[in-house]
Write a protein that binds this ligand. Sequence first.
Ligand SMILES: [Zn+2]
Length: 140
Amino acid sequence: MRIHNVQPSAALSDPGREYRASEPSVPLRCCLRKSLADEPVWLFRYSPSSGKGPYAEVGPIFTHVDCPATPTLDRLPAELLNAPRILRSYNAAGQINDGSVVEPGSFDQVVNGLFDDPSVESLQVRSLSHGCFFFAITRA
Ligand SMILES: [Zn+2]
């Protein structure tokens, strides 16, 4: 699988972005971990590319202002998957194919199962409580 994170530069396209000098323990979509208290972050509107047309959604995400690390993008980021998450699959037209709640420890199995369906092009991992986009997954 290939993980798709969000670069901090994406914040610059949202004129309503908010700078937060300290916002500890928010999920960062750049390096795919939780923020530390001394790390400045952007909070901004973002639309993941897997949903298209009526399925394109815009929602709030956090990234570092200056990301200090490049995440590993060939396996799931454990720090953001320590709680139940929503996993949605999308077809090539950008329409939602399926959605489910996935428990910690089951992500690899569910991801591989969804990609067994040839009509599935990408997956989105989202917060269960808030629905916010975390990251996308495609086949390697
Ligand atoms: Zn980062």
